[in-house]
Ligand binder design. Structure first.
Ligand code: GLU
Length: 368
């Protein structure tokens, strides 16, 4: 049975319906405080935590005297701009008693689809986590237009979980899990504790339920589960309306777990291995040896470059006999790689004209 115990990295998605009282439109501060206590506890047990939070639009509506649910695109974008500042402040205040810093991270669909931006947001969030900071992520609703929009934070949360390599994704919701059919319509609907495979039948069980405040229904949660489990991350849907929702989940609270077949690192390596390379780097014997012992590829070990590629593109890694050792996501484009091949880190800044890192392909971005 899956649980939170031993999780290295947990992503928690919080919907607007939990954070904001649907009648008054006010922030539920006591609830948020109880959530921050739970998160601080998970951190003290060794897990890093990323929060994906909705609530910007609804908080902005209250400030601007708008009625949620009946807004033009421009109005909801304006509401998001006003509300996001309040949302970020609420988290900052809730975590202050625990001496935990929070960071605001606003993303759009492009940040996961464009590999260069994906690598950037992964690096930033990983740096924040290594500093003990909790990234508070939301969609950048103010600038996101339809083509570059997730539209719901369930799928955004799954993508964030994949980006940071989380091994657990918790969707705190106003439902306590997946049922064999809609429990609000069918009183005999059966609650499902665990899903090992997302079959067509499972997808059919997800109706199109949604509350007036939240964008995602069960369908978007199943889509989120597909993304998470295929990247090796277990996902759980549980009721989050009561105080200390994570503590309750940890104590066997009612929920539905979606279980992955692989762990996140293995899944990531398979994902990289399946990519079509945009070019290749030829490396020397010393670097080839270092890669086999689990090290990253440094510019110093590169002898040649073929193809035209951008930062974040997959490239083949070839040894001195041009034998393919594996693939990796490269951190410099092809002309930069050509310019710095064979260089030590202290020589790179002068060549490139900006402070730079000697790692060309990080070991986490490599599949041998
Ligand atoms: N990004 C939206 C907000 O913060 C919410 C999207 C959702 O509820 O899924 O208001």
């Amino acid at each position: 049975m899956a649980s939170l115990t031993g999780a290295a990295c947990i992503t928690v998605k919080i919907g607007s319906a939990l954070l904001v009282d649907s009648c008054s439109g006010k922030l539920r501060r006591d609830w948020l405080q109880s959530l921050s206590d739970d998160v601080a506890n998970l951190k003290s047990c060794g897990s890093s935590v990323v929060i994906v939070s909705s609530g910007a639009i609804v908080l902005g509506c209250r400030a601007l005297n708008f009625t949620p649910g009946n807004l033009s695109l421009e109005q909801s974008q304006a509401a998001a701009a006003v509300g996001q500042i309040r949302l970020a402040r609420a988290y900052e205040e809730a975590f202050a008693p625990h001496n935990i810093s929070t960071a605001q991270v606003l993303v759009t669909l492009e940040d996961s689809h464009n590999r260069r931006r994906y690598l950037n947001s992964r690096a930033t969030m990983k740096t924040l986590l290594s500093l003990g900071v909790i990234p508070i992520v939301n969609e950048n609703d103010t600038i996101a237009t339809d083509e570059i929009r997730y539209g719901d934070n369930d799928r955004l949360a799954a993508q964030v979980a994949v980006t940071v390599g989380a091994d657990r994704l918790i969707l705190l919701s106003d439902v306590d899990g997946l049922y064999s059919s809609d429990p609000t319509v069918n009183p005999n609907a059966k609650h499902l504790k665990q899903i090992r495979e997302i079959t067509e039948q499972v997808e059919k069980m997800a109706g199109d339920t949604s509350s007036s405040l939240s964008k995602g229904g069960m369908k978007t949660k199943i889509l989120a589960a597909k993304t998470a489990v295929s990247a090796g991350c277990a996902m759980v849907i549980t009721l989050g309306t009561h105080n200390n929702p994570l503590k309750k989940l940890d104590k066997n609270g009612k929920s539905t777990w979606f279980l992955p077949q692989l762990d996140p690192q293995v899944a990531r390596k398979r994902w990289i291995a399946a990519m079509k390379p945009a070019g290749s780097v030829l490396i020397d014997g010393g670097a080839a040896q270092a890669l086999k012992t689990g090290k990253s590829l440094l510019a110093a070990g590169v002898r040649g470059v073929t193809g035209a590629f951008e930062r974040g593109d997959p490239v083949s890694i070839l040894d001195s006999r041009k034998f393919a050792l594996g693939k990796g996501l490269i951190r410099y484009n092809s002309s930069e790689t050509l310019a710095i091949k064979g260089c030590r880190s202290d020589e790179m800044e002068e060549i490139l004209g900006y402070p730079s890192h000697a790692t060309l392909i990080h070991r986490d971005d490599m599949a041998l």
